[in-house]
Design a protein around this ligand. Structure first.
Ligand SMILES: Cc1cc2nc3c(=O)[nH]c(=O)nc-3n(C[C@H](O)[C@H](O)[C@H](O)COP(=O)(O)OP(=O)(O)OC[C@H]3O[C@@H](n4cnc5c(N)ncnc54)[C@H](O)[C@@H]3O)c2cc1C
Length: 334
């Protein structure tokens, strides 16, 4: 089995920042595994501006932000990037297996950083009653369809959940000519940034229904309409408040779940509610020499903070390998 000093799983902003910081702290040999065919992670589909205001003091799109890191990674001869490489196994001894086209590779790492990001919560996890017609998509998947694959999910949409991804998709669909009829939010305030409520909904005249829920999805082959009802402080339906919205598409934007299956497979302690590593400070896990960073460690609003904390993960890995100066620990709740 080949030996490596540091193996990083995930070539999104977290994995790239960790790789560069580890190299700057003296790690000589980094293997960066990415299952996709490009580096950049979720940023590749986020073509809107608003990234990098803190880290670069410039307003960049997602691909521009990722591109700056990918250029640096590409120029660093101490980082071997392996694309289309899907890590499928990890144990406590830091033996890692991954699939790449035509081969199953095994590698023994002296340290590991998991930067595997998040997946989206789905309709089944809320859940919304009704039939199972076509036209119901997680919002991030719809973002990928529109921005990377060039096709629209439908013509008349209702968005469930007012987190940033839902808000950004409301604007994106409106810009593409889709009639966005409403954003429905169970809580009494939007879960997204105020600037996104203003720029993505108010500027486009898209109504936001706070303290409402979608109570039923109708449709046989394709979504035909949704029923919406107001809820009180205890989230009970308010009698007589129900109404219907005809639509052919429902986007579900109800949160993200950190991807930590590899960490779990290795036997690390996992917080079952949040699916994050149990650890006293950010980036650590219960296995010495195995670190987690970016959205795999906790769900971040802004990529700039992903970069900041992932650089720390790179330095922590270097320190574990006996290189660099010990970085200050940061509390996981910061
Ligand atoms: C839909 C969406 C919209 C967003 N919009 C904004 C925004 O407007 N502004 C902002 O600042 N932030 C935004 N964010 C947040 C920001 O983009 C994320 O915080 C950031 O991308 C997280 O970086 P990451 O590297 O941790 O994860 P990701 O970007 O998800 O990267 C994880 C990478 O790991 C790879 N991977 C996972 N498992 C494996 C495996 N087993 N083997 C190999 N590779 C693997 C994935 O393919 C992926 O490339 C958005 C997030 C999402 C999901």
């Amino acid at each position: 089995m080949k030996e490596r000093e540091l193996v990083i799983v995930g070539g999104g902003p977290a994995g790239m920042a960790a790789a560069l910081a580890a190299r700057a702290s003296g790690v000589g040999d980094v293997l960066l595994l990415e299952r996709d065919q490009h580096l950049g992670g979720i940023l590749n589909q986020c073509i809107h501006p608003g990234f990098g205001l803190h880290h670069f003091k410039a307003e960049l799109t997602g691909p521009e932000y990722a591109g700056r890191f990918a250029d640096l990674v590409g120029r660093d001869r101490g980082i071997e990037v392996s694309l289309r490489s899907f890590a499928v196994g990890l144990n406590r001894e830091k033996e890692l297996s991954y699939l790449r086209p035509g081969a199953l590779e095994e590698v023994k790492a002296r340290s590991v950083i998991l930067a595997t990001g998040c997946r989206e919560r789905t309709r089944e996890m809320i859940p919304i009653p009704g039939s199972r017609p076509a036209g119901v998509y997680p919002a991030g998947l719809a973002q990928k369809m529109v921005n990377l694959e060039g096709w629209l999910p439908g013509r008349e949409a209702v968005i469930v959940g007012s987190g940033d991804i839902g808000l950004i998709m409301a604007r994106r669909l409106a810009l593409e000519g889709v009639k966005v009829k409403a954003v429905i939010e169970l809580q009494k305030v939007s879960r997204g940034l105020v600037r996104n409520v203003v720029q993505c909904l108010e500027d486009f005249g898209i109504p936001l229904y706070l303290r409402h829920r979608v109570s039923l999805i109708h449709g046989r082959d394709r979504v035909e309409k949704v029923d919406v009802v107001k809820v009180d402080e205890e989230f009970r339906d308010v009698p007589g408040s129900g109404f219907s919205i005809p639509c052919d598409t429902v986007l579900v934007s109800v949160g993200l779940i950190p991807e930590n299956e590899l960490l779990e497979m290795a036997g690390a302690e996992i917080d079952r509610e949040k699916n994050t590593p149990v650890a006293p400070s950010v980036n650590l896990t219960s296995i010495p020499g195995v670190f987690a960073c970016g959205n795999a460690c906790k769900v971040y609003d802004l990529v700039d903070w992903v970069t900041r904390d992932s650089e720390l993960a790179g330095r922590l890995a270097a320190e574990y390998l006996g290189l660099g100066k010990p970085p200050p620990a940061r509390d996981a709740s910061e």
